[in-house]
Design a protein around this ligand. Sequence first.
Ligand code: UD1
Length: 341
Amino acid sequence: MNNSKKILLTGGAGYIGSHTAVELIQQNFEIVIVDDLSRSEARIIEGIENITNQRVNFYKGDCNDSLFLDNVFKKESIDSLIHFAAYKSVNESVDEPLLYYQNNLGSMINLLSAMKKHQMNKFIFSSSCTVYGQPDAMPVDENAPFKKAESPYGATKQMCERILEDTVNSNRNLKVISLRYFNPVGAHPSSLIGELPIGAPTNLVPYITQTAAGVREKLTVFGDDYDTADGSCVRDFIDVDDLAKAHVQAIKSIEKISGRYETFNLGTGRGETVLQIVKKFEEVTGVKLNYQIGARRAGDIEKIFANPAKAKEILGWQTKKSIGDSLLNAWNWEKKVRNIL
Ligand code: UD1
């Protein structure tokens, strides 16, 4: 069976985009990937092809280039769009705010303009729990107010959601879902796709796997004096395959959902501390991790985890994988990248 709906994935060669591409293809959706490969590599496209045994319809280009986008929309009959393409490093965004505002907001505006021109009306956006800033209550649900963004990266996610809401208000035909990811971790069980950080990773799990692989000397746990079970920060770590499946559910549900702009938290609903993740990694992989406790990292939130009830009720989606599985898959991917047997 073919669902005969072409779905455009911007940033489809990226970490979450590539896993979603696999899920969509495996559920018989036709996809088109647009990616400039500035933060990924062609081998991820090959990985998608090897897992699914299908050639991927791929255009290399930048979503900030409106002529390029126009060309893609003219050639392909696109039914809906999932917009993953964005810069996502909190630290880098502090050093290069203009780069972040220009890229993340520019591509959003370009895409919405192209959609208007080509009369496409279904849009799914990669948002983030970062939109909540430091929430007052835990677990956080979708009605929590946007507090001041902790970084320019976070501000771009807040602004993109605002741009989407305003655009929906101006166009009665448009429907938008913003998916607010908590902390995505893991890799595809095949080890053919996974995260490819550029330079030293800033995220926890790639730093752990690179330390275990000997690429980094030592992991620093940023702070053990927070008001949490063991003093390290609490996050909601969600497996990337579970996350990918949520996008498929969003695509399947977008027409039926009553609201024209809807937001969903995508998380497990469980908080885990950084030190619990370190210990779990050692337990499931049998690898001893070289780590030390260091100072708190500027801008870190003490504790955040999701109330994912809305996604369960409306999208019929919930997480299935355990954190142990995710960490093992992340490790297997790292070993593959580093040629470790
Ligand atoms: C942040 C954003 C998230 C975004 C992600 C993308 C917030 C609240 N979250 O996640 O929306 O998608 O960046 O990059 O803004 N840690 C260490 N040592 C390390 C690395 C991390 O102890 O070497 C700790 C951090 O202090 C933090 C936890 O691990 O407590 C998770 O950090 P990280 O993976 O960087 O993600 P967030 O900052 O939670």
